[in-house]
Design a protein around this ligand. Sequence first.
Ligand code: 3PG
Length: 307
Amino acid sequence: MKKVLIATEKPFVTTAIKKIKKIFKEAGENYEVRLLEGYQSGNDLLQAVSDVDALIVRSDKIDREVIEASKHLKILVRAGSGYDNIDLGAATQKNIVVMNTPGQNANAVAELAIGLAIFGLREMFSGRPGGELRGRTLGLHGFGYVARNVFRIARSFGMKVIVFTRYSKSAAAAIGLKVTGSLEQLYEKSDIVSIHVPARGEHIRSVSYDVLKNLKDNALLINTSRKEVINEPDLIRIMEEKPFIKYLSDIKPDNENIFYERFPGRFFFTPKKAGAQTAEANTKAGLAAAEQIVKFFETGDSTFRVN
Ligand code: 3PG
């Protein structure tokens, strides 16, 4: 019997859980599904992982301590895209296969990015005169699954879309999207910049002063990615230097209080990361995670392995 734990500090919608359980039930008598939802303490997680063979998580912190407490773990699936919450080195040392479910929640995050852009342009529905998406230039910083969905939606709003990407240039060019020669150029030419790069490698703190100083005086910066890709002191500096720039993010910055003190009416942070928090995204990412686990145990498939 394989024990599968779904450990989500931010739980999936109940219909997604039902469908996940069905996947394991249909795979035979071999799976027992356990739930640890909305847990408050790391100890609850440490106890729950001790005897499981497979683990499904979201942004839950899976550090070395959790990995070491998972005595029988063979596969860990991050139901979502970013796996910066997982200590890959510790998992690899213990021969644990780590996977993500790329693209499954991309539309949900993209819709939030567009929603934040409208909210910012409309002066956060304060009654002050705002602006419209149509005719404005949207700069996509990165061109993965989320950015491609943002592109699709933005085009239907009549926006001009440009992109900076190092790794997906041909994919962008294939759909007629203009790729800028540098990140600085992207920030310079855009009315709205939407960030879609992972918190890994060269992307960490890549949104620095040298990039931000190119923003138009009244630009909107939208971040549905991770706070680690922003150099926060540099963002604060540019918001002081250019008093009409706004920052709207699905991730609270470390120095949230500074934004409240210095930039009233110029920022918005979701209270809890909300990009992938839709019934559709929960279901797609959760089902993909369950299917990947069944395939892994039944056939040895490790297609979405990231370690
Ligand atoms: C992701 O990386 O997939 C998104 O940031 C969603 O994260 P969440 O599952 O914690 O909402």
